[in-house]
Every structure is written in structure tokens, then in C-alpha cells.
Design a protein around this ligand. Structure first.
Ligand SMILES: [Mg+2]
Length: 295
């Protein structure tokens, strides 16, 4: 068990503010956390995927066992990813391949939440240009959005930006023109990078930045830490008494949790290094090497 608590005084004050029983506060202040402390504190957990459960196609050691232990203690786990590349079914299959059982309702992607946002804003039956893979494309077509894939056309009422390995200058030029022509700009997320086995790769936020600059418009963002995704997670956790979020990114996973009043757990198995973790403000409630340290 390698627990590392960040910024004791700040954490002490934060937990005191949340009115936790004095015995629990005392445990945290002295650092006397035991292996079950987290799961006794929380009965629902928003669990990021990339950098937490796996890194690319590589499982993070001990993650399936940790998920199993948390569930055995009654913690409801919702897997939540800003990555819009894959469909929910594909994520369920990927998790199963790692020995982690999940139902469709246990997995929330930014692609699915993007389709919920566009449905709520009346886009079914309207046309969108989509930068992104099947996760967001399938979700949008499932609610009746018509995708314009004609590279010579900028006709669209919406432009949706996600991560796309085929993104290039001509696509940037096309969608920027569509936005300047009146299409509303949405983005699955603003993550600048994501963890690949060999290092950090540019994320959807890097693609989006070029389009915002070129079009002169700012996107409505769906994914963590923005309200559409956070509220979608909260709806899946209705009835929970206390919620925690575990993730590897401060500016998405942890910021989203803070905005909802949830506790924050940072893992060092993804994009954030130990030295970077020490500089975070607000400090995470807990910093652990990996998910294996929970449960
Ligand atoms: Mg992550």
C-alpha cells in the first residue's frame, strides 16, 4: 500500500468543511489510512479509464482487482471517459478483456453525452460535420443527426470536434469555414493530451484549439470537467451518499469533481507526474500511485 497524501493542512481543512466524522478526519490528518478507508468514505466512484484502468491497450496492474474490491464493499463504479473514439459496447468489451465486468450503463463516453446535448438542443434531423471516430459518430446518428462527410461541402448546422487521427489541414479549413458560416461548434472535450504507451499524444483539445483559432468561435464543451458530462455521471449515481472521482488529469477529472463537490483521487499512472501532483491547486484529497492502491 503506497498512499501519499498531498498538502496535509489543506486536506484537513477540506474534509473538516465537508463535515466528516471527527474519527475519519483524525485518520486522514495522521496519515493513518488503511486499505479500506476510501471505499468506506464513498459509495460511488467516477472512474476515468485512460491512464487509470489502462494506458492505451496495456492494463494497469492491479486495476481489475481494485475494482472488484470496491464493488464488494458496495461502491458503485461508473467508468467515464472523454475519449470519443470507441462506442460504449466497445468499451464494455475492452473492460471484459481485462477481466472487468461492466454493463452499458456503467460506461459513459463523451460521444454519448455529446449526442444527449445535441438531442436536447434540437439537432436530430439536422446536419453536422463531425471530426471524430465511431464513438461520437454512431452516437450522433443514433439520435437522427445527419452527418455531412462530403469533403467539398461546408453545409452544416453543427460542427462536432473529437479526437481524430486523420485530422489534417483541409479538415481544419473545412470545419472552420462551416463554423464561420453559422454552424454551432461543439467539442467532446478539451483534453490537450492523452497517455499512449510510448508517451503523451495530442488530444481532442489540441485539434479543437486550431479550429477555435481559425474560426474565431469558442466551442461548447461536453466532456469532463464541463457540466454536461459531470451531470450525466451524477444522474447515474442518484442515491449515492458520497461520491469520489479517480483520474489522472487535474484539469478534467479532478476539476470536474471539485465543481460537483465530490472528493478527488489522483493516480500517478497516467499524465500527471509525482512532482506535478505536488503543485496542484486545489490539492487532490488523495494521491496514489495507481488504482491498485484503492479498495
Ligand atoms: Mg485519463
Amino acid at each position: 500500500m503506497r498512499l501519499r497524501r498531498a498538502h496535509t493542512t489543506h486536506t484537513k481543512e477540506k474534509f473538516a468543511e465537508r463535515g466528516r466524522p471527527s474519527r475519519e478526519r483524525a485518520n486522514r490528518v495522521t496519515g493513518a489510512l488503511d486499505p479500506g478507508a476510501i471505499s468506506r468514505d464513498f459509495d460511488a466512484l467516477m472512474c476515468d479509464l485512460d491512464g487509470v484502468v489502462y494506458r492505451g491497450d496495456s492494463l494497469i496492474e492491479g486495476a481489475p482487482e481494485a475494482i472488484r474490491r470496491l464493488r464488494e464493499r458496495g461502491v458503485k463504479v461508473i467508468f467515464c471517459t472523454n475519449n470519443s473514439r470507441s462506442t460504449v459496447n466497445e468499451y464494455v468489451a475492452k473492460l471484459a478483456g481485462f477481466g472487468i465486468d461492466a454493463l452499458d450503463d456503467d460506461v459513459l463516453t463523451s460521444g454519448v453525452v455529446t449526442s444527449e446535448v445535441l438531442a436536447a438542443q434540437g439537432y436530430p434531423g439536422k446536419t453536422a460535420i463531425v471530426i471524430g471516430d465511431r464513438g461520437v459518430r454512431d452516437a450522433l446518428t443514433s439520435i437522427g443527426v445527419v452527418l455531412n462527410d462530403d469533403a467539398a461541402s461546408i453545409a452544416a448546422e453543427a460542427v462536432v470536434v473529437g479526437w481524430d487521427v486523420n485530422f489534417d489541414y483541409s479538415t481544419m479549413r473545412r470545419v472552420s469555414s462551416a463554423v464561420r458560416n453559422g454552424a454551432k461548434l461543439f467539442a467532446t472535450n478539451r483534453d490537450s493530451t492523452f497517455p499512449a504507451p510510448e508517451g503523451l499524444w495530442p488530444g481532442a483539445g489540441a485539434i479543437l484549439a486550431s479550429i477555435e483559432v481559425a474560426s474565431g468561435h469558442t466551442a461548447e464543451i461536453v466532456g469532463k470537467p464541463h457540466p454536461p458530462m459531470m451531470e450525466a455521471v451524477a444522474r447515474r449515481m442518484s442515491g449515492a451518499r458520497r461520491i469520489a472521482a479517480v483520474g489522472d488529469r487535474a484539469d478534467s477529472d479532478l476539476a470536474g469533481a471539485v465543481s460537483m463537490g465530490w472528493a478527488t483521487i489522483l493516480v500517478l499512472s497516467g499524465v500527471t507526474t509525482r512532482s506535478e501532483a505536488g503543485d496542484l491547486r486545489p490539492a487532490p484529497d488523495l494521491v496514489v500511485d495507481s488504482l491498485a492502491d484503492l479498495g
